[in-house]
Ligand binder design. Sequence first.
Ligand code: ZN
Ligand code: ZN
Length: 287
Amino acid sequence: MRCIQDIGQDEGIFDSYVDLLEPTFERQQVLLQSKHFLCRCQRCLDPTECGRYISSFRCPSCPSGWVSPIISYNEKDNVLGRLWRCLDCKQEQNDMIIAILKDIDALKQFLLKKSWSENTAEYMESAKQFEKTLSLLHNNHVLRLQYHLGMTNCLDTMENFKEAIVHCMAVKRIVKAILRVQSGERVECYELMADLYEKFFLQQLGSRMPDAGVDGAASPAPVDKDESVSISTNRAIRDNLEHSNRYLQKALDTSKVCYGEDDENTLLIKDQIKKLTVPAKSATGSN
Ligand SMILES: [Zn+2]
Ligand SMILES: [Zn+2]
């Protein structure tokens, strides 16, 4: 076992039985069924999950309230109850709230059941009908995380790396907002970002040198006739390369902690970093 942050003297060490990216009701249910206890940690007792709001949505009755779950436990039947209430105006589960909950459930079913990899274009088209529902969700809502992850993968498949990076940034932001532990951000997030930046970098480099394949990235970029274009393109390429390197470095740091120095995943990232630094020199040298 490895720790993901420094531990002070006499400080408690915690481990979790559940996926921390799940909302309280889902975590509580897993704990109740598999571990037979009702968790009473700070996050579980707070309807906002200590300011995370990962299952909250805009209140239809007041301007700035968030409708959040109030969870109760019926000891006799050993079941959890969930009542939705606006934390500002205290409005409880009226028809408007129930209608929004239905829309949210439809979005959840779509994200759960529809696979982006089967038909990317169709997936993106179907996702459009959920725009209104998505706009009601809190920025940290767990379904937003799933949505942005799906979009990242779709756009990656369609080789629209620039747009994919924007969605991946949203994924990273939400994971960070929910998990809150800096080094505990998921390795996959960093790897995905690094991968997208790398592809975007190669795409830009490729568009400058039509004859060059992936291997051609290592050869010096030719000097453009229009120097202002050349400098800005070179800068964009270098920026993406730097981003890619930075995210790979973060992925490496996290992987070392989570999986270990000699782990297959860690070695793979090290290898990627080595490969990526080769074109860096030539891109710099061409300026
Ligand atoms: Zn808890
Ligand atoms: Zn309200």
